[in-house]
Design a binder for this molecule. Structure first.
Ligand code: ZN
Length: 276
C-alpha cells in the first residue's frame, strides 16, 4: 500500500472548490490525514465544530494560515492585526496545530520605508511571542518571495528569518516555514536551511512555472515547473526535520478550476513520484 503518512495538503490547494468540512472529508476519503487550515474557512464553521470534524476524520492540523501582517505604523491597524494574531494562536492551540504561519506584512499604505516596516514587524513579534509561549503554540515565520515584498511580506529570505529569530532571542515559540516556491531562487538557500536546523516547523511544496502569469496565484503542481523540490526536501531533512511535506498550490487559472477530487488524486501521484 502507498504511504501517505507524511503527506499533508494545505487547504489553499482546493480553496475555491471545498469548504472546510468538505476538505476534511475529501482529504480523509483519499487517505490523506494531515492538512493546513485556512482561517477564513475555519471561521465559516467555527472552531469547535471544525475540531469535531477533524477528530471524526482522524485529521491532523499542520499549520493554521495566517497570522501576522504587523508592519502598520497606524496604531489602530497594528493593534487589530496583533489581536488577530493572538486569536490565531488561541485557535491553533484548540486545534492542536503544529504552528501558525506568520506572514510579516508589506509596506504600509503611502510608505516607501522598508526598514521601518521590518522594525515594526519585529516590535509586533516581540509583543506577541510571550502570548504564543504561554499557549504552547509556535509561530512559523514564512519568508515570501521578494516579488510580493510590497504588499505582503517584507520578510523575503531564510537568512532574514534566521536573523530575526536570533535578534529576538526566541525559543521554540518561533520557528521557520520553508516553502520551496519562496526560497528556491536564493543563492544562500542551502546555507540558510542548514542554519535553520531545529527551527523548521513546516515544509511547503508546489512548483514555479517557467511562464508564470501571476505574482501570487499561478503556482504549479510539483513536477510541472523548474524547482528541484527533492533537493530542497533533502536539505530540509538533513537538518533533522521529519515532519510533513505539505502541498500548497494557489492557482487561479488551473487547479482552483479543476474537480477537487482530481486535484487530490494528482497531488498523491506526484507525491509518490520522484519529484518530491
Ligand atoms: Zn507556504
Amino acid at each position: 500500500m502507498s504511504d501517505f503518512s507524511r503527506l499533508a495538503i494545505n487547504q489553499f490547494t482546493t480553496l475555491h472548490q471545498w469548504s472546510l468540512p468538505q476538505a476534511i472529508e475529501g482529504y480523509a476519503r483519499h487517505g490523506v490525514h494531515a492538512m493546513g487550515v485556512v482561517r477564513d474557512k475555519l471561521h465559516e464553521v467555527g472552531v469547535s465544530e471544525a475540531n469535531r470534524l477533524l477528530k471524526a476524520h482522524d485529521m491532523k492540523v499542520t499549520c493554521l494560515c495566517v497570522g501576522g501582517l504587523l508592519t502598520d505604523s497606524d496604531p489602530d491597524l497594528f493593534r487589530a492585526n496583533l489581536d488577530s494574531t493572538r486569536r490565531a494562536i488561541d485557535e491553533a492551540a484548540e486545534l492542536d496545530a503544529d504552528c501558525v504561519v506568520f506572514v510579516a506584512g508589506g509596506l504600509p499604505e503611502g510608505s516607501r520605508d522598508l526598514a521601518v516596516a521590518r522594525a515594526r514587524c519585529l516590535e509586533g513579534l516581540a509583543e506577541v511571542l510571550p502570548y504564543a509561549k504561554r499557549a504552547g503554540v509556535t509561530l512559523g515565520l514564512e519568508p515570501l518571495h521578494p516579488m510580493i515584498c510590497a504588499f505582503r511580506s517584507c520578510l523575503s529570505t531564510l537568512g532574514q528569518a534566521n536573523d530575526w529569530i536570533e535578534a529576538l532571542g526566541a525559543g521554540p515559540e518561533l520557528g521557520i516555514v520553508v516553502d520551496v516556491y519562496h526560497v528556491w531562487w536564493d543563492p544562500d538557500m542551502e546555507r540558510e536551511i542548514e542554519r535553520a536546523a531545529g527551527r523548521i516547523v513546516s515544509f511547503h511544496v508546489c512548483d514555479w512555472l517557467m511562464e508564470t502569469t501571476d505574482l501570487r496565484l499561478d503556482r504549479g503542481m510539483m513536477g510541472d515547473g523548474v524547482i528541484d523540490i527533492r533537493r530542497i526536501r533533502r536539505l530540509v531533512e538533513a537538518t533533522g526535520y521529519d515532519g510533513f511535506r505539505e502541498v500548497e498550490i494557489f492557482s487561479e487559472r488551473n487547479w482552483w478550476r479543476r474537480d477537487p477530487d482530481e486535484v487530490v488524486e494528482i497531488t498523491k501521484a506526484r507525491y509518490l513520484s520522484d519529484v518530491i
